[in-house]
Design a protein around this ligand. Sequence first.
Ligand code: FES
Ligand code: FES
Length: 172
Amino acid sequence: MHFTINGATLNAEPDIRASLLDVLREHLGLTGTKKGCDHGQCGACTVLVNGRRINSCLTLAVMHQDDDIMTIEGLGTPDNLSPMQAAFVKADGYQCGYCTPGQICSAVGMLDEVAKGWPSHVSADLARPGFDDDEISERMSGNLCRCSAYPNIVDAIREVAAADTGLAEAAE
Ligand code: FES
Ligand code: FES
């Protein structure tokens, strides 16, 4: 099988029962994506598939041959951090860092959902959901942090959102 991951074509011959998470980590060496619970509870394995955030432990790799997959390694590099990665560093949005790749991928996907006007469980107006700290917390509730870096994670996401004019317009 060939996969399009972070803009490159990578080949692997996974077991048809292998999760996307296991293929990323064990076959393709992309260990930035973490395994926490392996059953959809923690969000550590979050990646972007065709721009949407998903739990890579809950999907089979063989379902994604024609998809555009983005992992934390594709968002930026240590020498060239993406805005969200840089914001997490600046806001100290982590302690052990185990949940951080999933948090960052999820945050990128989440801001895209906000920009598209998708409401969340706490949105007062389903037609114009707005965007505040309650929205950030709710929309990121699928990503757990055992170190409880949540306030700083919210700070990082808020900073990136504030710099995004599309989001500012969506929040008005
Ligand atoms: S490892 Fe996938 S949600 Fe926890
Ligand atoms: S920084 Fe340790 S689990 Fe989140």
